[in-house]
Design a protein around this ligand. Structure first.
Ligand SMILES: Cc1ncc(COP(=O)(O)O)c(C=O)c1O
Length: 379
């Protein structure tokens, strides 16, 4: 069927009409509970009233900026992010998408170190294009096998500018968290070789994993932090925040980089308000409590269906349930959608990254539905 769109990904036939917090309403009047937060963006829920008010106020003032003026929203947002990260006297730049921010962080790392390549863990997704793209043509990328200590010893650090650390890969392998020992060993080698550490927080940031940033679950002091997605709660704004060292190296040898929507006031105002709402609603802390509740429920489901569920993985509100090989996770994902639950699915795994505002009652509904499906099918 032709909907005038390039068929670059698949979607259902349903049209989304309205969204409110964790609920979505389609054109047929059917409701869904969103366990994907869009594409893992809406950490404070869809159409948050306080955020809408801020957007309404800001669009009356200024949406787009240009390069002739300073921008107080971008400056305030940079200070706020530095405070959450623990940087002093660093700096930020704001772009539109995660891919843009990842690529700019790599450009900065390459420029400062004079080295051309970057390291990522093989289950990480960094960007849709450019230096972070997963593609055979990308000769900037050195992939290190997930949790493989031997692989670290074999890395040739000769030309490596940075390690982009994603502490919860949600896409490539459906929610996996690297071991602390593996990350420490890799970071030690990076530091010995003057390789910069970039915390890639496009998905793991903004409270998703029960801390402001996923790297805060590890003993990591990054040189740069990249965010996107939930920074604007679905509005396209992303960031690169650098520490004082990177800033001073950049100042010694600066380059010009300008995009039309760089540091635009609307995106920055939205991000400031999103952070404000996360803070005042204590949603980062709630992600831990609700995530524990959710994990517990999934573990109980596993105990009830030991032949069908192989593994539960969870940190904060990033969770996955991996079925045994004869349970078709993609089919279960489709059935859940028909029953009013939006979840991620790939092969035999389901993924859940709901808004941090998700209620225990929503989780109970999902678990009951899953329990019913597993009891009815795959006997
Ligand atoms: C970890 C991670 N980094 C970067 C990106 C790219 O972000 P965007 O799609 O906003 O360009 C994504 C997108 O899914 C992601 O999951």
């Amino acid at each position: 069927m032709n909907y005038e769109l390039l068929p670059l990904y698949n979607s259902s036939e349903k049209i989304l009409k309205k969204s409110n917090d964790c609920q979505l309403l389609d054109a047929d009047g059917k409701t869904y509970i969103d366990f994907e937060s869009g594409v893992w963006c809406c950490n404070i829920g869809h159409n948050n009233k306080q955020l809408l008010k801020r957007i309404n106020n800001q669009i009356k003032l200024s949406i787009h900026h240009g390069y002739h003026f300073r921008n107080e929203f971008a400056e305030a947002l940079s200070l706020k992010l530095q405070q959450l990260i623990g940087f002093e006297n660093g700096a930020s730049v704001f772009l539109s998408s995660g891919s843009e921010a990842v690529n700019l962080s790599i450009t900065i790392a390459k420029h400062i170190t004079g080295k051309k390549k970057i390291i990522k863990i093989d289950n990480s997704y960094l960007s849709a294009y450019g230096y972070g793209q997963i593609s055979d043509d990308n000769d900037s990328l050195v992939n290190v096998k997930y949790n493989d200590l031997d692989a670290i010893r074999k890395i040739d650090f000769n030309n490596i500018s940075a390690f982009l650390i994603e502490t919860g890969g949600a896409s490539v392998e459906m929610v996996k968290f690297p071991d602390k020992e593996f990350i420490s060993a890799l970071i030690e080698r990076c530091r010995e070789n003057n390789c910069l550490l970039i915390a890639e927080e496009v998905t793991t940031g903004m409270g998703r994993m029960g801390k402001w940033f996923g790297y805060q679950h590890y003993n990591i002091t990054p040189d740069m932090v990249v965010t996107g997605k939930a920074l604007g709660n679905g509005y396209p704004v992303s960031s690169v925040t650098v520490n004082a060292f990177v800033l001073s190296e950049f100042q010694k040898n600066p380059f010009r980089y300008a995009q039309s929507h760089q540091n635009d006031p609307l995106g920055c105002a939205i991000a400031l308000e999103t952070i404000n709402i996360l803070e005042s609603g204590q949603l980062v802390e709630k992600a831990t409590a609700t995530g524990d509740y959710f994990r517990n429920k999934l573990e109980k489901l596993k105990a009830r269906h030991p032949q069908k569920i192989k593994d539960i993985r969870a940190r904060g509100l990033m969770l996955a349930i991996e079925f045994t090989s004869f349970v078709n996770g993609e089919q279960i994902g489709k059935q859940l959608f028909e029953n009013g639950f939006v979840v991620g699915s790939k092969l035999n795994t389901l993924r859940f990254l709901p808004p941090l505002t998700i209620k225990n009652s929503h989780i109970n509904s999902l678990i009951n539905q899953l329990n019913k499906m597993l009891a009815d099918k795959y006997q």
